[in-house]
Design a protein around this ligand. Structure first.
Ligand SMILES: [Zn+2]
Length: 400
């Protein structure tokens, strides 16, 4: 009897099956390891960005980054999520005073500023050097100050901070780099670098023009916050105040016409935009900084003239500020029609100078934030107060 011939696979047939199986295995393995790698990368990215965000008190955003990872139930993600939630719920309502300090543009080269000419004495009173400002920052940080956005201060709005932290507002007046300061060791103007960050143009004592990240308060503070993200509440930096009669930020678009004017205005707006994008607020510091502001008795007429000039010539260029930093630090009190006038002109924040550093909410709907000058005059004359409140003067003060 003939048995049916069992069909036997030929040798090449078997090989084919083996090869196909092997390919399938490889595909499955590659897919598996790729998926694993993708997952690991996604988890790592989410953790890095959540950690960065939470250090700057962006808790909701940090939790969102974890949720967006695509692996919300991954062990590491869950652990970090719980940590962030615990941190967020540990914030307490701050009920102390706000601290508001201010500077003028920093002296980059003291040998040029304090050179004994007729301006040196003024600089030695109302200015602060780069070395002094840089020495203050770590001490302010150590003493639990935290940069807080002025525009978040509103009546009946709780200020939620980590326990022990104190809100600090920093403002800088006259960030115009006036003509009269040329050659005196200050920055000459602000520029925006390729990363959208503020950088100063300075002229060295040797006459070289350079870009510097240590040329004024803004880039120095930007750098410090980058290294210490927990020094800034949700990216807050400070307030940059400008007058208008020589343009802003070192771009004098007032004294030119036509195309040149347009170009300089655009440059100034570019700087204003970069400042805003990096956590800075902009303030009006009057248009003229005229002596009629000096004694706090400015007439309605002069105030209207000056404020209108600012509105016509510079307000839009510097992106319509709602903060008014008074020239010479003059004070206006609740019920003063000039305060109402400023409110009607769009200024919700009014910042005079007073050592008391009170924050007042007026019936006009204006927030008054009093400021204290951390300049060389006060370091010499209010040493004890500064030692107690902000930093050890002796370790900061530049001895010329
Ligand atoms: Zn001023």
């Amino acid at each position: 009897m003939m048995l049916g011939r069992r069909r036997r696979r030929t040798f090449p047939g078997r090989l084919l099956v083996i090869v196909i199986l092997a390919i399938c295995l490889v595909v499955v393995w590659v897919r598996f390891t790729n998926a694993k790698k993708t997952k690991e990368a996604a988890v790592a990215t989410a953790i890095t960005s959540a950690n960065q965000l939470r250090q700057g008190y962006f808790y909701e955003e940090a939790l969102q980054a974890l949720a967006d990872s695509g692996y919300p139930s991954e062990e590491e993600i869950v652990a970090l999520q719980q940590e962030i939630e615990a941190q967020q719920s540990s914030l307490v309502e701050y009920d102390g005073d706000f601290y508001h300090v201010f500077f003028h543009s920093l002296v980059v080269y003291p040998e040029l500023a304090f050179d004994g000419d007729y301006k040196a004495e003024g600089y030695n009173m109302w200015m602060t050097t780069v070395s002094e400002f840089r020495a203050m920052l770590p001490q302010l940080y150590e003493r639990d100050f935290i940069l807080y956005p002025l525009d978040l201060i509103r009546e009946n709005q709780p200020v939620m901070l980590p326990p022990g932290k104190k809100p600090l507002i920093i403002s800088i007046d006259d960030v115009n780099y006036y003509d009269y300061m040329e050659g005196d060791g200050f920055a000459e103007r602000l520029l925006v670098d390729e990363n959208g960050e503020i950088v100063c143009e300075v002229v060295t004592p040797e006459g070289e023009t350079e870009l510097s990240y240590h040329g004024d308060v803004m880039p120095i503070l930007d750098g410090f916050v980058k290294e210490h993200p927990d020094f800034s509440f949700r990216g807050a930096k400070g307030v940059v105040a400008v007058t208008g009669y020589e343009g802003a930020f070192g771009y004098n678009f007032i004294d030119v016409e036509g195309e040149a004017k347009q170009k300089l205005m655009e440059e100034a707006t570019r700087v204003a935009t970069a400042l805003k994008n990096t956590g800075w607020l902009i303030a009006c510091h009057s248009y003229t900084h005229n002596d009629y502001f000096k004694d706090g008795m400015v007439s309605n007429e002069d105030l209207h003239y000056d404020t209108n000039r600012f509105k016509e010539r510079i307000y839009d260029v510097v992106l319509q500020p709602d903060i008014y930093i008074s020239p010479f630090g003059y004070h206006l009190h609740e019920g003063d029609e000039r305060l109402m006038y400023l409110k009607n002109m769009g200024y919700t924040y009014f910042c005079p100078v007073s050592t008391a550093m009170r924050t007042l909410f007026t019936e006009e709907g204006v927030v008054i934030s009093e400021r204290f000058n951390l300049d060389r005059y006060n370091m010499r004359n209010q040493t004890e107060f500064i030692n107690e409140t902000f930093f050890d003067v002796d370790s900061v003060y530049y001895k010329n």
